[in-house]
Design a protein. Structure first.
Length: 469
């Protein structure tokens, strides 16, 4: 079949084909770029497989293009050519064979067919010829097109072989299902279940890359449900696995926290593409199993689960090789604060409580409100309606108070060095005490967020502390 899609007629691909012709080499565009061409998805990275040396063809293409950037990776036998925003990766066709006693394959030069055989899924094994006489010819030996039509993820070879060759592919299968809204073929699914333990030989970094892609998909719950159903969950994220299940006492059960969590995650994903807000959604109730208690009067309670959950995050991020930086701090903050808006909504909304929330959340308040609203997964329609009404009231109050008092990026109007200067104090606890008192007075609405009233308040406080006569 000849493909006649404007994208395959990119001048740079013709140039690659013509150069290969001059050198007497066969070459094909292959993998994700071809898959995405049929799925109408944007894709910048082009993989070209050459029957022969990928490096030699890349060098010739780069010198023809002029002003292109060439990187050669001799150890891997690959080379990359970058021109403007297009990146082409060249690799020689390979044949890989694995021995049962070693994880590393024996790699030999091979034919296009050998190369297609070693790929992960039928939809990723599609190749389009770039040589002039066969330009645009599609080679689809495993029915990848039909699988894409049927939204099915299937391996080209026996899935036990494909997955044991590279166990990360099990997670890639789940990730594609989540990203593309595809189904796992039953043989693919069964093979993941059988081979799941092998995921443990994969580096945490590669696992985290796939998890982040699942998290960024339109409905991340699809990925997490599959991770659970295939039995991968306890192996890659035991703390999330601990959220599963329902316990019942005296006829009272609590929600299945895992199912609730992935619903909250989908709700957040509908409103925001922020990867770290999505992680906060996944982790918002992670402290619940540790704090679960039962008593006859209150039933099931999870006292302080936000706080305990926030404390668990550094260890989770470290062990999953997620970033140990301000992104993690943001997730900790979101998990810690996630109950606050709900408490405000359920209880009386005082100005001072709203000011404190604005102060603590700062610029992340809008994200916190998205998380809080996403957390309402009750089936009780009356409860949900009441929540949404109060939620809007709270938002309105936040806008009013923010306009009036500018609390979000609040810095106390009287600074520490000024306190020391006026009161002739060295750096000491009392300076901190006065600063906190000024901050509290503003947040509680005792004084406005302005310089003169804050200074007067400081002098008054200093008097009370016996620092001024
Ligand atoms: N591949 C594979 N096994 C892997 C990773 C990749 O067989 N574990 C093959 C697939 O043919 C894949 C190609 O290498 O299409 C390129 O891999 P990569 O760039 O990682 O993924 P894409 O399929 O392009 O998808 P994405 O860019 O969304 O990650």
């Amino acid at each position: 079949m000849i493909i006649n899609n404007p994208k395959i007629n990119l001048p740079i691909l013709h140039l690659v084909g013509d150069t290969a012709d001059e050198m007497g080499l066969e070459c094909y565009v292959i993998g994700g770029w071809v898959r995405d061409l049929f799925l109408h998805r944007e894709s910048q990275d082009i993989d070209v497989v050459v029957v022969g040396s990928g490096i030699v063809l890349a060098q010739a293409v780069a010198s023809k293009l002029g002003k292109a950037h060439l990187s050669v990776f001799r150890t891997y036998g690959t080379a990359q050519v970058k021109k403007n925003d297009i990146e082409i990766e060249f690799v020689g066709a390979r044949k890989e064979s694995y021995r049962s006693d070693s994880r590393n394959p024996i790699v030999e030069d091979g034919t296009l067919e050998d190369d297609q055989n070693r790929r992960d899924f039928t939809m990723n094994a599609l190749a389009i010829c770039l040589n002039k006489s066969r330009y645009g010819e599609l080679l689809d030996p495993f029915g990848g097109l039909q699988d894409m039509d049927e939204c099915t993820i299937r391996t080209p070879l026996d899935p036990d072989i494909t997955f044991s060759d590279d166990p990360l592919r099990m997670l890639r299968a789940v990730r594609f299902a989540s990203q593309l809204g595809f189904y796992l073929h039953s043989e693919t699914f069964d093979a993941i279940c059988r081979n799941r333990e092998r995921i443990q030989i994969i580096t945490k970094e590669r696992v985290a890359d796939e998890l982040n892609k699942i998290m960024l998909s339109r409905r991340p719950s699809v990925g997490w449900k599959l991770i659970d159903k295939t039995g991968l969950l306890p192996l890659i994220f035991p703390e999330l696995n601990n959220l599963k299940g329902v316990e019942t006492k005296e006829g009272k059960g609590h929600k299945d926290i895992f199912l609730h969590t992935i619903q909250v995650l989908d709700n957040v994903a509908e409103k925001s593409d922020n990867l770290w807000l999505r992680w906060a959604a996944l982790l918002h109730d992670i402290g619940k199993p540790k704090t679960k208690t039962w008593d006859e009067k209150s039933g099931w309670t999870f006292f302080n689960h936000n706080y305990i959950g926030a404390k668990m995050i550094p260890r989770i991020f470290r062990s999953m090789k997620l970033p140990q930086n301000e992104k993690m701090d943001y997730v900790i903050k979101m998990v810690n604060l996630h109950m606050r808006p709900i408490h405000l909504i359920e209880e009386e909304v005082t100005d001072s409580a709203v000011r404190r929330l604005l102060f603590e959340a700062g610029d992340d308040i809008d994200d916190l409100m998205i998380l809080c609203s996403a957390d309402i997964t009750s089936r009780n329609q009356e409860k949900v309606e009441r929540f949404h009404k109060n939620y809007e009231l709270l938002k309105q109050k936040m806008v009013e108070l923010e306009e009036r008092d500018r609390i979000r990026n609040f810095q106390p109007p009287v600074r520490g060095d000024e306190i020391m200067e006026i009161l002739h104090l060295p750096p000491c606890n009392q300076v901190g005490e006065i600063k906190t008192a000024i901050k509290d007075a503003i947040l509680d609405g005792v004084i406005p967020n302005e310089y003169e009233p804050a200074k007067a308040f400081m002098l008054q406080k200093a008097k009370e502390m016996g620092l001024l006569t």
